[in-house]
Design a protein around this ligand. Structure first.
Ligand SMILES: *Cc1c(COP(=O)(O)O)cnc(C)c1O
Length: 462
């Protein structure tokens, strides 16, 4: 169907008409006009597109545009970047900002944003210093690396490491490790952007030491290992351990870079979880550079961390890209506070929310789920049925793929049979409560709800 064919197109109100109507209805009160106009324009343009390409529903009417605009304008008026309770059971939830910060990290951010900070001033001499001094020592101590450097995120850390060590030269990677992470980050593409040339070796499922060895030329700058952080391979598989890769590199004078992705600084096996390589192991194996995220298993702010040999880290520090991918002061403050917890691993398990959620005892979660069920029954009365059930939680965020954590949940089944509408209402609450829909109900998974958020969850259902 073309534009001239759908007669309803002529009924489509103009942006100005919709705005007037909303204004008359009092829907624009307190909402900045440019934001409201932008929201309405998007709704009207969306409706026009659907009428033109024939995807508008049969029951389409101009009233629908007004209704949609009213909602869009209400949302446009306030920030959506608001506090949320994660009831999904996915601990490192990228759409919810990955890792919630510890109390100490939150306080460090508040202190850093209250005014000016000693970001790049040496307090002893008053001279210009480096912002990296706030994390460098902590990174060396917690990872065992000779040097450490923080950037904007791990994608930037990988890009910088490749650019600093391998531009114009060859980097050898196993075909089984040419991964894609979260859509836009594909190892071959990042490699191309860094100016390094990718040399693929082995097959999808098996790569041996001799595969790397045969690919080495005088132009080889690096052997790269990438942790398959968001999927697992089982069965007929073989990969070269990082220690062996470093051994091969050392014999030929070629540095090894290891992109760990999630980057655990604690051994998660001690809490009954499947093995995840630690940063310390990768550093101790002798890698020139190890890169990982600040907001995955580390449980801190968005950041990319580079640790390893002093000479290699220094080349990253001096590369022109370092300035383009530098970490900002708020993330730096939160990162330093988060790393401080890891000076005492027991403190990290007690204070870092991601680790607390990973380690939470299933019986304790069941107790909390029973308490929440009871509270919700009181609040909901006969509007919905609340049942305490067992459920699984996931680590998420490209860490510990396939690991299933036993958990407890409350299933809230609305009497009106419209769980999606209930979930939408919960998203409008402050804090917003984000749930999963399952079995015709809302599933509230206790593993990702912090104990001090339980009252807010009960409140949201009032
Ligand atoms: C997550 C991940 C990245 C990207 O890290 P960001 O901090 O999201 O930029 C890169 N490599 C691996 C292996 C990852 O798991």
């Amino acid at each position: 169907m073309t534009a001239s064919q759908d007669p309803r197109l002529r009924q489509l109100p103009s942006v100005e008409r919709v705005l007037q109507q909303l204004e008359a209805g009092g829907h624009l009160n307190g909402i900045p006009r440019p934001l409201a106009a932008r929201a309405v324009r998007q709704v009207v343009e969306g409706a026009r597109r659907r009428l033109i390409d024939g995807t508008a529903p049969a029951e389409w009417s101009p009233a629908l545009v007004i209704e949609e605009s009213t909602r869009a304008v209400a949302w446009s008026g306030h920030s959506r970047l608001t506090r949320a309770v994660n009831a999904t059971g996915i601990i490192i939830h990228t759409n919810l900002g990955r890792a919630p910060l510890s109390q100490a990290a939150q306080e460090a951010v508040r202190a850093a944003l209250a005014g000016y900070t000693l970001l790049e001033i040496d307090p002893e001499t008053g001279d210009r210093g480096s912002r990296q001094t706030h994390v460098e020592g902590l990174l060396e101590i917690t990872t065992g690396g000779e040097a450490g450097f923080a950037v904007n995120n791990n994608a930037a850390a990988v890009l910088l490491g490749l650019a600093a060590l391998a531009t114009g030269r060859e980097v050898i990677v196993s075909r089984g490790e040419l991964v894609e992470i979260g859509g836009a980050f594909r190892m071959p593409d990042v490699m191309a952007q860094s100016g390094a040339r990718l040399v693929e070796v082995g097959t999808t499922n098996k790569t041996y030491r001799h595969d790397y060895e045969r690919a080495i030329t005088p132009n080889t700058a690096m052997l790269l290992k990438v942790h398959r952080s968001n999927f697992s391979m089982t069965g007929f598989v073989h990969e070269v351990e990082v220690r062996d890769l470093v051994g091969l590199g050392a014999a030929r004078g070629i540095p090894v870079m290891y992109d760990l992705g999630s980057g655990a600084l604690v051994d998660v096996r001690t809490r009954g979880l499947p093995a995840e390589p630690t940063v310390q192991e990768a550093v101790a194996a002798g890698c020139a550079l190890v890169t990982f995220s600040g907001d995955k298993l580390l449980g801190g702010p968005q950041a990319g961390i580079i640790v390893g040999r002093a000479e290699a880290v220094d080349r990253c520090r001096r590369h022109p890209l370092a300035r383009a991918v530098r970490i900002d002061r708020l993330d730096l403050a939160a990162l330093a506070a988060t790393l401080r917890h890891y000076l005492t691993p027991d403190e990290a398990w007690a204070e870092v929310p991601v680790l607390r959620m990973l380690a939470a005892d299933a019986h304790e979660l069941t107790d909390r789920a029973l308490w929440l069920t009871h509270q919700l029954r009181n609040v909901l009365e006969d509007r919905a049925v609340a049942t305490c059930i067992s459920a699984d939680a996931q680590v998420g965020g490209g860490a510990l793929p396939g690991a299933v954590l036993p958990s407890a949940a409350v299933l809230v089944q609305p009497g009106d049979g419209a769980p999606e509408a209930w979930a939408a209402r919960l998203r409008e609450r402050r804090p917003a409560v984000i749930v999963r829909i399952q079995d015709g109900g809302l599933l509230l998974n206790l593993r990702t709800i912090l104990p001090d958020e339980l009252d807010a969850v009960v409140d949201a259902f009032r």
